[in-house]
Design a protein around this ligand. Structure first.
Ligand code: M6R
Length: 610
């Protein structure tokens, strides 16, 4: 959940670290800090709160001057956000930054206290720093041995950036579970939680794997396995550039990313369509390979899980295969009845979400085949799934997911069409028509974004003062409402719930007053009449109704207060265009309320802890 970075080269290290941390702030923003070699000593600067606090602190204290160092941006787990709990943390002759959780930190801390160590913070990370110091004393001037001995004692997850006082031109790193890359530039090297952080300097990087230890000097990089043997690794190149990680004239990343959705869908689906039909062979998915799955689980968290909800409706409708959608944190502990012959689909933007990764591993243990739908290249889920479909959304910086969701949907559709064909539930002709409709979605979203911005913006002004609201819909509209509701609450901080419209009268309708706005989604022709009846029920009880509906539907004006129309496409595909006004409503409501849209409170983009 935190972001770590390190630099070893010829530039002003403080500047490089702070700039890189700006790109990692999406991973957490409870505090920030750096440790830089200055005149042969490690100088630490850190501060609670956003990176700007650290910047300001360094403006008044003067920034550390040097060319080698490490940095951190924190999402607090152990110990509240405070200066003292901020990273870097120090042990004897060592300073570290850490992303992950040390599960046995308490036991280690007690042992170290017994040996006379004093602790300043409440963090698990300081325990690692002190342990490093302890082992360094046992193996003086031997950082590699020290790191090996230390990590052997750690349980949990970590990506560590380490500097030793006696080695002022070097940085070290180690990884278990938490993501870590090494960036390779000309006469300069980096470590980082992801490539975004260093893309301004280089696109070339090594992906560090579990158990590996990294040693970086100005002259090069050495990577060792857990036994201390040197490894030769393949240098990878990021397939996007620094521009993709900038706001490009938009006020926030979120709105930029909403506008990028047509391109993201195109880039994701085009290579997977040939002769008008889905073709997932490059993802190791063939008709033959998938035709025998009798049961499917879709397991994910948050927005990715909501993409799975849409997937469930579509797969069940078209391929007639039962689908269970599970929240990953529930799935992994509920002893799921997953067996050989089942397919488990794990959806994840980051590919590093701890619960989703654990669900993947559990599914494999239980004998199921796994399919990862992942955005981050080379991430853990991408590497461990049996089959893999990359979504090509590019870097998603805003914490609230938009373009990653839309491409997750587009991939769910391609897979559902392919499965339905494999199962003989649709003809090639039907499959071709559905695929054509999917190919139309980018231009439809484009149309919404060029013609229909004002209504969501206006509606957001009507919602900005609300304390709570409901999203309602039936079938696919209900699945989509879940995502609409999450988007609104996570960035506007307005409480909201998504309800199956037909379920309201079983209790929740008692909440309806003129203080409870309702956003109703009605894009499904077969369900329209029923949904409209439900909408009228809330309208009759005083709710202000904002209706998001297919533009060709004839709907009684009395059923709603404000109408947002969505261009028509095959009903089964309507969640793709209809998602856009819901994203926009959430975005504009958050802007209206003056919130930090891209970095909502208490959140982090990549949830690599349970
Ligand atoms: O990286 P992942 O897709 O696995 O992340 C899952 C959720 O944490 C994520 O979708 C989260 O719900 C977003 N903040 C929603 O906008």
């Amino acid at each position: 959940m935190c972001g770590i970075v390190g630099y070893c080269g010829y530039r002003d290290c403080s500047d490089v670290l702070v700039e890189a941390l700006t790109k990692l702030e999406y991973r957490g923003y409870d505090s920030a800090g750096i440790a830089v070699f200055e005149d042969g000593n490690i100088r630490v600067e850190k501060s609670q709160g956003r990176l700007d606090n650290l910047r300001n602190k360094m403006l008044s204290d003067g920034k550390p001057e040097g060319t080698t160092g490490i940095g951190h941006t924190r999402w607090a787990t152990h110990g509240k956000p405070s200066d003292v709990n901020s990273h870097p943390h120090s042990g004897e002759k060592v300073a570290i930054v850490h992303n992950g959780i040390i599960e046995n930190y308490k036991e280690l801390k007690d042992l170290l206290i017994e040996k006379g160590q004093k602790f300043l913070s409440d963090t698990d990370t300081e325990v690692v720093a002190k342990l490093l110091g302890f082992y360094y004393k046992k193996s003086p001037m031997n950082p590699l041995e020290t790191i090996k001995n230390t990590v052997a004692r750690l349980e949990g997850s970590y990506a560590l950036g380490i500097v030793f006082e006696d080695f002022p031109d070097m940085i070290y790193a180690a990884r278990k579970e938490s993501p870590l890359i090494v960036g390779v530039g000309k006469d300069e090297f980096f470590i980082a939680s992801d490539v975004t952080a260093i893309i301004n300097y280089t696109k070339d990087y090594y992906l560090i794997e579990h158990g590996e230890i990294v040693e970086i000097s100005k002259d090069g990089v050495n990577i060792y396995d857990e036994h201390g043997d040197k490894k030769v690794k393949t240098l990878l190149t990021a397939d996007w550039d620094a521009e993709a990680a900038k706001k490009g004239g938009y006020p926030h990343f979120m709105i930029k990313e909403i506008h990028e959705q047509p391109d993201s869908i195109n880039t994701t689906i085009r290579p997977r369509i040939s002769n008008g039909m889905p073709n997932l062979e490059e993802c190791q998915i063939t008709l033959d390979k998938i035709k025998d799955f009798k049961k499917i689980f879709i397991v994910a968290c948050g927005t990715a899980m909501h993409a799975g909800m849409v997937g469930k409706y579509v797969i069940e409708k078209l391929a007639r295969v039962p689908v269970v959608v599970d929240i990953a944190s529930e799935f992994r502990y509920r002893e799921p009845i997953v067996e050989e012959g089942d397919l488990v689909i794990i959806i994840s933007q980051s590919g590093e979400t701890a619960d989703s990764l654990a669900a993947l591993r559990l599914s494999k243990e239980l004998g199921a085949k796994t399919l990862g739908i992942v955005n981050a290249k080379g991430s853990s889920i991408a590497r461990e799934a049996d089959m893999l479909i990359y979504t090509h959304a590019g870097p998603e910086i805003a914490v609230a997911s938009t373009k990653a969701y839309i491409v997750q949907l587009s991939v769910m559709y391609l897979f559902a069409f392919e499965l339905a064909l494999a199962k003989g539930k649709i003809t090639e002709e039907e499959c071709c028509t559905l695929t054509q409709h999917l190919e139309l979605t980018p231009s439809i979203i484009h149309r919404i974004l060029s013609e229909n911005l004002s209504m969501p913006q206006f509606v957001a002004t009507k919602l900005a003062a609300a304390d709570s609201l409901l999203y309602i819909g039936r079938g696919l509209d209900y699945a989509l409402s879940m995502e609409g509701s999450l988007k609104l609450k996570e960035i506007s901080y307005i409480h909201s719930e998504a309800y199956a419209a037909g379920e309201l009268k079983h209790g929740t309708i008692s909440l309806i007053t003129d203080n409870m706005p309702v956003i109703a989604v009605a894009t499904q022709e077969k369900l329209l009449e029923k949904t409209i009846s439900n909408i009228k029920e809330v309208k009759a009880r005083g709710a202000m109704v904002i209706l998001v509906a297919r533009e060709d539907f004839k709907i009684d004006h009395e059923a709603y207060d404000y109408l947002i129309t969505v261009p028509k496409i095959d009903d089964v595909l309507m969640p793709i265009p209809a998602a856009v006004p819901l994203q926009l409503i959430a975005y504009y409501a958050a802007v209206q309320r003056g919130n930090d849209v891209d970095k909502p409170r208490n959140l982090a983009k990549s949830v690599t802890v349970e």
